[in-house]
Design a protein around this ligand. Sequence first.
Ligand SMILES: Cc1cc2nc3c(=O)[nH]c(=O)nc-3n(C[C@H](O)[C@H](O)[C@H](O)COP(=O)(O)OP(=O)(O)OC[C@H]3O[C@@H](n4cnc5c(N)ncnc54)[C@H](O)[C@@H]3O)c2cc1C
Length: 476
Amino acid sequence: MRVAIAGGGLAGLSCAKYLVDAGHTPVVLESRDVLGGLVAAWKDEDGDWYETGLHAFFGAYPNMLQLMAELGISDRLQWKEHALIFNQPEKPGTYSYFRVPDIPAPFHVLSSIATSNDMLTWNQKFRFALGLWPAVVRGQQYVEDMDKYSLLEWLRRQGVDEGVNTDIFVAACKALTFINPEDVSATIPLTAINRFLQERYGSKIAFLDGSPTERLCQPIADHITQGGGEIRMNAPLKEIVLNPDGSVQHFLLRGLNGQPDEIVTADLYVSALSVDVMKVLMPTPWKAMPFFQKLDGLEGVPVINLHLWFDRKLTDIDHLLFSRSDLLSVYADMSITCKEYEDPDRSMLELVLAPAKDWIDKSDEEIIAATMAELQKLFPQHLTGDNPAQLRKSKVVKTPRSVYTASPGRQAYRPDQQTPIANFFLAGSYTMQRYLGSMEGAVLSGKLSAQAITTSLSAGTSATSEPATPKPLAPV
Ligand SMILES: Cc1cc2nc3c(=O)[nH]c(=O)nc-3n(C[C@H](O)[C@H](O)[C@H](O)COP(=O)(O)OP(=O)(O)OC[C@H]3O[C@@H](n4cnc5c(N)ncnc54)[C@H](O)[C@@H]3O)c2cc1C
């Protein structure tokens, strides 16, 4: 079965990989000249990598880890000490560690909270544990039900001390979703906490040993082409052209550099586009269908990824760091954490600026200046005084619409991978899967989309080698 997949991010690649494994022939159509979407990376004029985002992998990413194992590339993950590390704003240049001991879940996380005494008081820890109790006892259904509250509302309802919010959750929410606790659905951090509590190595963090484009996306692409599939770059979807009955007749690609537009036909079609692009390309007859109308409730969140190359080392910490700064979210010294970016003498800090809505339209110079001012608080010993470290060069990558904005109530708008159109499926980290907008969510969504395709084929509800027999359009 030939399946045309628009979008060569992790969701599109994962969908194509699992379709190849099931004996189908996917063709991935990626608009840009680089694979990976939100994990895409490029080399600058000096040969240094810069990326769309600083990406951390977690032990609680079963589908990503399985995918990498299937491709024989698990050794490309550089696992770090099992700990979460936070900057201490009130003591510039110092850190708080939540070290997670290698003992069974959930005692590993509870022990790490109990033994870290420089962030939360015993009273705060006790009230936090009490607040979490319903999630522990009632499980994921309770966590899903909390989507109606922002995290801040949920913390207040549970009587959790505001200090827990400012000490931990501002940093955690910015890292997970690029927005603050007053704006994020309680379901998102509670899902992460649940995974961390239930899985012994769930909160263990790894970095890829090089750029995601070369070290992660390329092996998936190679697997797809070796299995008979196709990857086409510079192939932007312009229009989803429909049959009179509302099913997909073909994908129309925009011709580049004066070339004419091109028709791509297949037995089945998948959108692995971001939700914002999918909404723009939505065929008019589908806009009246409740299934597709739900997408109006979703929108990508702005985020900025920064790369700062210094003339000396600023830290020796080989880990992800939670900055606990208003401007910044997480960061890492990639000259230490990532093998291919290694530099024994000089730091390259990669930092996520979030929330970014007030910064996305500002110039790179303004963004770098504000970040450097913030870094003086994080690294006073290196960036102030007589001989401060010098910034050699910098790179700013802005993404005005990245993963879906995980505000309260969004779970109801996340669509299934199977659509009411029999020969059309969705993939993408915004679609419904049990992880948030993440690499794990993207890989899982692609796998679920491939599963929906194979299931509908075996049930005879989707296209056969004959022209597709679409389900009728759902009533409005
Ligand atoms: C700054 C930042 C930091 C992040 N940090 C983490 C992290 O630490 N851990 C984690 O798990 N996740 C992280 N994420 C989230 C993660 O990167 C995404 O959830 C995931 O990569 C989304 O994959 P996707 O395939 O669903 O979507 P996308 O990556 O958006 O893929 C969509 C693809 O469609 C292509 N496309 C667009 N228009 C067209 C068209 N007309 N025709 C054809 N193709 C088109 C795009 O070029 C893109 O390749 C981060 C994201 C960012 C931006």
